[in-house]
Design a protein around this ligand. Structure first.
Ligand SMILES: Nc1ncnc2c1ncn2[C@@H]1O[C@H](COP(=O)(O)OP(=O)(O)O)[C@@H](O)[C@H]1O
Ligand SMILES: [Mg+2]
Length: 241
């Protein structure tokens, strides 16, 4: 079993610590004893082939699955941490309302009107604020989902392939916002199977294979000389994505 070591470049605060995480569904063990330590700085990428368990891990971190084991964010356990967490799914889940109403529905903090305008501007949706959210393009919907998640001022932002199959403009806007949020102190955990994107965003990479973590390395290490056979095969294009 993989045992996490502190990452050399991440000598700051431990923000996420997972130990002995198991997920059994329908008689199958889908996550088998994950141990993981993530530090505050930088975006953590979760990579792995299709079906490796990336979405299951992220949903587990958001308290959506009946897992066994220990998950702690800055020492605190679920569900106490849920108000500090936000998650964006691969398919955005928007209300049948306008863009602005989708934001207002998520807003619960003082001064949120100004914050709504700022965020809508950042995702280039200010002009579409009064349009029905569900008529936006896929890229626009996902930009709105991310803006809405950020409006809740999360300390932890969980993103499950939020840019898969989006137009390059939307990908750029979303990546910029994610890096900004990360620099502002939000811990971002990002699932992607896009190697180019991972190289642009990652401080460290968690590699999953068949429900287990085979490697957790700094991005520099992971992309230049991955330690695990599975990650080597994946980066060489030998594992199906
Ligand atoms: N509710 C479920 N019951 C049984 N198997 C599941 C369930 N959800 C996902 N799986 C299986 O678990 C594996 C990992 O799924 P997932 O985390 O979605 O993979 P990915 O890494 O592509 O995001 C897949 O083989 C999937 O079929
Ligand atoms: Mg997935």
């Amino acid at each position: 079993m993989f045992n996490p070591q502190p990452l050399a470049s991440n000598l700051n605060e431990l923000i996420l610590s997972v130990s002995g995480l198991y997920l059994n569904l329908g008689g199958q063990t889908l996550l088998s004893g994950l141990n993981l330590n993530c530090y505050e700085a930088g975006v953590t990428l979760v990579m792995g082939a299709n079906g490796a368990g990336k979405s299951l891990l992220l949903r587990s971190l958001h308290g959506l699955l009946p897992v066994e084991g220990d998950i702690r964010f800055a020492g605190r356990a679920l569900p106490e941490t849920l108000p500090d967490q936000a998650m964006v799914f691969q398919k955005p889940t928007l209300l049948r309302r306008t863009v602005r109403q989708n934001m207002e529905f998520a807003a619960s903090v003082d001064g949120s009107e100004a914050q709504i305008d700022t965020l809508l501007e950042e995702v280039h949706l200010k002009e579409k604020a009064d349009q029905p959210a569900r008529r936006l393009s896929g890229g626009e919907q996902q930009r709105l989902a991310l803006a809405r998640a950020l409006l809740t001022r999360p300390k932890i932002l969980l993103l499950d392939e939020p840019t898969a199959s989006l137009d390059p403009g939307s990908v750029m806007i979303i990546e910029r916002l994610i890096l900004e949020a990360s620099s502002a102190g939000v811990k971002v955990i990002f699932v992607s199977h896009d190697i180019g994107q991972a190289k642009r965003l990652a401080a460290d990479v968690v590699f999953l294979h068949q429900g287990a973590i085979t490697e957790h390395s700094t991005a520099q290490h992971f992309f230049s000389k991955p330690s695990s056979r599975e990650a080597q095969a994946y980066l060489a294009g030998e594992l199906l994505i």
